[in-house]
Design a protein around this ligand. Structure first.
Ligand code: NAP
Ligand code: MG
Length: 399
């Protein structure tokens, strides 16, 4: 068989620990034999980030802007223990945070469904994709504990020095707490456009919710910006694609989500997304079956697994012990990126290859061959737990 050709390279961001081991296995066993793979390679492994003073992360994000599609391996976000373990010059920032800031993107997380892995909410027969607004609100807040007798106000000084004041609360006879937070029209607009673009890309309905009845200025601004951008830029495109934009109150959205059968994109404000993405991931079964894609408002895509570097398995691997680490989400990051590359370049063979590779992966699990994490969850009768590499070989046989 002649290898499938690529026109434009992908940005390849290598990473750390067990996922770095899996990265190479996926390429060697499932991609390089079939695709004449073109990538611009960036080593985001912690050693090289440290060596380059994290410049490599910035370079990889700039390359993604230029080439349009990236695939990223999980990476260590250093903490004090990692600074010691890797003898770091500094506690480098989260690469995902750096890349997201440069691309101004929104993260969409989608579960991968396979027969035998039943969601805790059994009506969820189709995936629910969560988009979390990753800027502002309570994550960039200012807060205070205040003593009894305090009068607390919001003060805004405009560019001419005029003050606008608004009473928060008079703490007459009790101590208390206050909090100030913000968001920007720019960030909310970027978030909205990323969501509308992604819905068109996936041909799925988009839901958005806030608490605009209670928060008549703050949350209402989110509702208005989404509504205005939809009317002005996306309404016709949505109609042509046969999909809808649906706004409701957050509590109503939660009730509808639980009753639904899935198959849509749920855009969430920052805090809602933080909470709901963990709820949705858990309900679908396993973090190891969750993919993640960062989409910029200009339509640049970066694919990765939602899980981390699986440190505990890596230490076993280093000791020469057998591992059974789930590679599915990392594999789907590769297929997502290859398919997107194929779509942008007009190379349907590449899209077709991505489809087949995903199908072969699901077929393997549905044939009862799976890694330990899924083995614990699967309701199939003839199931067999296999090692990290064995699983990929079983996928290759089906591919
Ligand atoms: P993790 O790597 O997601 O793993 C936590 C646990 O979840 C594992 O110990 C394992 O449970 C299970 N698990 C996760 N992925 C799995 C897979 N593919 N197959 C089988 N089991 C899987 O989270 P962590 O241990 O908290 O973080 C490790 C490192 O990853 C940290 O340095 C963190 O900074 C980084 N991280 C990176 C990203 C990213 O790059 N996007 C995201 C999150 C975390 P058992 O041990 O019970 O088998
Ligand atoms: Mg959370």
């Amino acid at each position: 068989m002649a290898k499938i050709q690529m026109k434009t390279p992908l940005v390849e961001m290598d990473g750390d620990e067990m996922t770095r081991v899996i990265w190479k296995m996926i390429k060697d066993i499932l991609i390089l034999p079939y695709v004449d793979l073109k990538t611009e390679y960036y080593d985001l492994g912690l050693e090289y980030r440290n060596e380059t003073n994290d410049q490599v992360t910035v370079d990889s994000a700039e390359a993604t802007k230029r080439l349009g599609v990236a695939v990223k391996c999980a990476t260590i976000t250093p903490n004090a223990a990692r600074v010691e373990e890797y003898n770091l010059k500094e506690m480098w920032k989260s690469p995902n945070g750096t890349i997201r800031a440069i691309l101004d993107g929104t993260v969409f997380r989608t579960p991968i469904l396979a027969k035998g892995i039943t969601p805790y909410i059994p009506t969820w027969t189709k995936p629910i994709t969560i988009a979390r607004h990753a800027y502002g609100d309570v994550y960039k807040n200012t807060e205070m504990q205040v003593p009894a007798g305090s009068k607390c106000e919001l003060v805004c000084t405009d560019k001419d020095g005029n003050e606008i004041r608004s009473l928060i609360h008079n703490f007459a006879d009790t101590d208390g707490i206050i909090q100030g937070m913000h968001n920007t029209d720019k960030s909310i607009s970027s978030f909205a456009r990323s969501c509308f673009n992604f819905a068109l890309d996936k041909k799925q309905d988009l839901w958005f919710a806030s608490k605009d009845t209670i928060s008549k200025k703050y949350d209402h601004r989110f509702k208005d910006i989404f509504g205005e951008i939809f009317e002005a830029e996306y309404k016709d495109k949505f109609e042509a694609a046969g999909i809808t934009y649906f706004y409701t109150l957050i509590d109503d959205a939660v009730a509808r989500v639980v009753r639904s059968d899935g198959g849509y994109i749920w855009a969430c404000k920052n805090y809602d997304g933080d909470v709901m993405s963990d709820m949705v991931a858990t309900a679908y079964g396993s973090l190891a079956m969750m993919t993640s894609v960062l989409v910029s408002p200009e339509g640049v895509y970066e694919y990765e697994a939602a899980h981390g570097t699986v440190q505990r398995h890596y230490y076993k691997h280093l000791k020469g012990e057998p591992t059974s680490t789930n590679s599915v989400a990392t594999l789907f990051a590769w297929t997502g990126a290859l398919r997107k590359r194929g779509e942008l370049d007009g190379t349907p063979e590449l899209c077709d290859f991505a489809d087949r590779l995903e199908k072969a992966t699901l077929q393997t699990i549905e044939d009862g061959i799976m890694t330990g994490d899924l083995y614990l969850l699967s309701t199939l009768e003839n199931k067999q737990k296999v090692g990290t590499e064995e699983f990929l070989i079983a996928v290759a046989e089906r591919l």
